[in-house]
Design a protein around this ligand. Structure first.
Ligand code: HEC
Ligand code: HEC
Length: 303
């Protein structure tokens, strides 16, 4: 009797168990394939954006993304913080929303305003999906327990609250909308240049408050990284006016100019990243540069 009561129970249960057992590996593997795809996409975007350069102290053999790289600016020296998934010293406890807020709004999980030496002014224009794929990649890297090096900023630029007014004036918040007046290739180039690879952070002159001058976009800057000047890369520039799109794409791939010089002074670090992008993406960047309004006047040094 007991046996009989159990049999139908098993008959009903068995197909369900078998089915669930058969489905389980599929569900698990499709979820991790998705994660893996996000990590791969994130790695590409992370390379384009050059996150590693500012967040790794390569000079002193620091560990990847553990921070400590000195960034010398006219406002003082900043140190890239630890963005490994370490829960105490890195960003291991951050939620997706907190990560998006840092890149989109330049605000930390505790509500502090970041300094724009962290180029969130460009990253702000990224899509949510691109930001979260970058986060997926970061969280797949080894956690490193290294405390952040405090910034060494000149008075009065060290006050984070002053960034509130600065952002009202200068933060052009994203995500970026495609410009329907241009084709897909141009829009991809615009997205790469303005949101991801942030070429303007070096190639655009800044005003006295350290914000890039949109009216002189990519028109060159008298004070680039480490105080050196940075060339005009609009069609008003001495070289870019002469070079073809293919030649610009080649420079972004190999670092070589048409006359066989190799770029240096920080541009070599950029090329180390743009060299890993697809040919199509480098061409899109070149097409976008050549389409810009030519900036003619030489840049002026800020007072
Ligand atoms: C030009 C250098 C530079 C680049 C490129 C850069 N960062 Fe940063 N980042 C910084 C600096 C400097 C800070 C600290 C800002 C501050 O203290 O206000 C920072 C802060 C951060 C923070 C906040 C960390 C914390 O502990 O609060 C995150 C997250 C971050 N960056 C992620 C990224 C990601 C992701 C990328 C690439 C998409 C990236 N950064 C590219 C320089 C850079
Ligand atoms: C970290 C600062 C920095 C960033 C970011 C940067 N550049 Fe440069 N770029 C420079 C400097 C400095 C030079 C001058 C190279 C030299 O002195 O050898 C340069 C040179 C160039 C040149 C050659 C121009 C000429 O007239 O010789 C091109 C083209 C160029 N950059 C394009 C780009 C593009 C496109 C991006 C974004 C993907 C970019 N750069 C991002 C600093 C930067």
């Amino acid at each position: 009797m007991k046996m009989n009561a159990l049999v139908p129970f098993f008959v009903i249960l068995r197909p369900a168990v078998v089915l669930a057992a058969a489905l389980l590996p599929c569900v698990v593997s499709s979820a991790s394939a998705q994660d893996q795809a996000a990590i791969e996409r994130g790695k590409y975007l992370y390379t384009a954006a050059g996150c590693e350069g500012c967040h790794t102290d390569t000079k002193n053999k620091g560990e990847k993304l553990a921070g400590g790289r000195a960034l010398v600016t006219p406002f003082g020296t900043y140190y890239g913080p630890n963005i490994t998934p370490d829960k105490e010293h890195g960003i291991g406890n951050w939620t997706d929303a907190q990560f998006i807020r840092a890149l989109r709004d330049g605000i930390s999980p505790s509500g502090e305003h970041y300094f724009p030496v962290f180029p969130y002014t460009s990253f702000s224009k990224m899509t949510d999906r691109d930001m979260l794929d970058i986060k997926a990649y970061l969280f797949a890297q080894p956690a490193v327990a290294r405390a952040d090096t405090p910034h060494d900023i000149k008075f009065p630029f060290g006050f984070r609250f002053t960034m509130i007014g600065w952002k009202l004036l200068f933060l052009d918040k994203g995500p970026m909308q495609p410009d329907t007046a241009h084709d897909e290739q141009w829009n991809r180039g615009a997205y790469l240049v303005r949101a991801l690879t942030h070429c303007g952070e070096c190639h655009t002159e800044r005003n006295i408050l350290g914000a890039v001058r949109k009216d002189r976009e990519l028109g060159g800057s008298p004070v680039g990284p480490e105080g050196r000047s940075v060339p005009n890369v609009t069609p008003g520039g001495r070289n870019v006016s002469q070079w073809s799109e293919e030649e610009i794409a080649e420079l972004l791939s190999s670092g070589l100019t048409p006359d066989g010089d190799s770029v240096a002074n920080g541009m070599d670090e950029v090329v180390a990243n743009t060299g890993k992008l697809t040919e199509n993406d480098r061409m899109a960047i070149a097409v976008f540069l050549k389409s810009l309004p030519p900036v003619q006047l030489p840049p002026r040094a800020p007072n």
